[in-house]
Design a protein around this ligand. Structure first.
Ligand SMILES: *Cc1c(COP(=O)(O)O)cnc(C)c1O
Length: 372
């Protein structure tokens, strides 16, 4: 139908050029690789923050073989149930109010219980139907969780509640598992082991870096986010270094190519000075799309299969790039900001952050696409 296709053309030309392509095959590969790494442990696919910015429903569809999903908000659990997922869905910080318990039951969500206030809500909860509970223990991160000392008492209390399911998962979270030499993790593993000694129930300790670096912490469940998306938080290493594939390519196009004279200044605050006569490219992406304003001059980008760099400040809609080594580059050329050829971890290092923050930060203006 000609009418249809012209409608589609209009829709595409009205959108921005910035696109995030999500590689579903990479997501599936990464889940399989995690299973190898975590030899036999059940895998909770952590899909909070809209699947680390990759799109919750899309990611969950690709990862439908995960043993459970982990979310930070009940609303995400609702979206997963609406999409037809039937596996366990764990709300990683549990109920935020007594009223959340009814909603969690309605959606059949597992609750992490980490605080006295939540224990009190459960104790006062008139609903007799058993809720599945993950008891969170603070083994040294000092963010969420019951202190190790209280574990036997809290566990006994939960186990005696008729509205708590029989199997209570025992969990903790690492503060520094990405530093493979940091003895804090070894101490956390030991604190957790001692605190839970003799208690029944599956154990869940590791996040992504725990899976990579701490085989002692394998347990019965692993809770993995970053690696699913091919992301690593290990300093100086990207997901690909461990056999994981990046699940997002962020790209756009050059919309202008201009000649600069030596000494010309580029961009806001005129921070960058052309060291010689040169060609400059202008790419249609900026912090309004989620490309970080903190990315300094020298941050790599890929054009025509070669690495070049941004120059000047990142602005809301545009970045300027050095075309000195790309004499053939022209308007319309694709610019890759990150992806398989340019790890997002590298870009993040130039912006003083981690890859997770960058993929989470894509704005609604970015056009999402999928490939197998
Ligand atoms: C986010 C989160 C994870 C996943 O961490 P990654 O480093 O992305 O693997 C695991 N456990 C908890 C409690 C979390 O909040």
């Amino acid at each position: 139908m000609p009418g249809r296709s012209s409608e589609r053309r209009v829709a595409v030309s009205m959108s921005r050029l910035a696109t995030a392509t999500i590689h579903l095959g990479a997501l599936r590969h990464n889940l399989a690789r995690i299973r190898e790494h975590a030899s036999g442990a059940r895998v909770m696919a952590v899909v909070k923050a809209d699947g680390y910015g990759h799109g919750l429903e899309r990611v969950a569809r690709a990862l439908h073989e995960a043993d459970a999903f982990g979310v930070a908000a009940i609303a995400d659990g609702q979206r997963l149930r609406a999409a037809g997922h039937r596996q366990r869905i764990v709300v990683l910080s549990g109920p935020d109010s007594a009223g959340d318990l009814a909603e969690m039951r309605r959606l059949d969500l597992d609750a992490v219980i980490h605080h006295q206030s939540q224990l009190d809500w459960l104790a006062d909860d008139a609903d007799g139907r058993p809720l599945r509970v993950w008891l969170k223990i603070d083994s040294g991160m000092h963010r969420l969780g019951f202190p190790a000392m209280r574990v036997p008492e809290v566990h006994a209390r939960l186990a005696a509640m008729p509205n708590v399911a029989d199997e209570i998962v025992l969990m903790t979270h690492f503060a520094a598992s990405d530093e493979f030499e940091n003895c804090l993790t070894a101490r956390q593993i030991e604190t957790f082991r001692t605190a839970t000694e003799g208690l029944p129930g599956p154990r869940a300790l590791s996040n992504s870096a725990g899976v990579l670096g701490w085989p002692d912490a394998r347990g019965d469940w692993v809770r993995v986010g970053g690696l699913l998306y091919g992301l690593s938080v290990v300093e100086g290493r990207c997901g690909a270094d461990f056999g994981y594939c990046p699940a997002m390519t962020l790209g756009t196009r050059l919309i202008a190519v201009n000649d600069l004279h030596k000494g010309d200044r580029v961009g806001y605050a005129a921070t960058w000075l052309a060291p010689e006569d040169m060609r400059l490219g202008v790419a249609a992406i900026g912090y309004g799309d989620g490309y970080p304003r903190s990315a300094v001059a020298g941050t790599p980008v890929r054009i025509r299969g070669r690495t070049t760099q941004i120059v000047g400040r990142v602005s809301m809609d545009l970045v300027t790039v050095d075309l000195r080594d790309l004499p053939d580059a022209g308007v319309g050329d694709e610019v890759i900001l990150w992806g398989a050829e340019l790890p997002v971890e590298t870009v993040a290092a130039h912006a003083g952050t981690i890859g997770y923050e960058l993929t989470c930060g894509m704005t609604r203006r970015v056009l999402f696409m999928e490939d197998e």
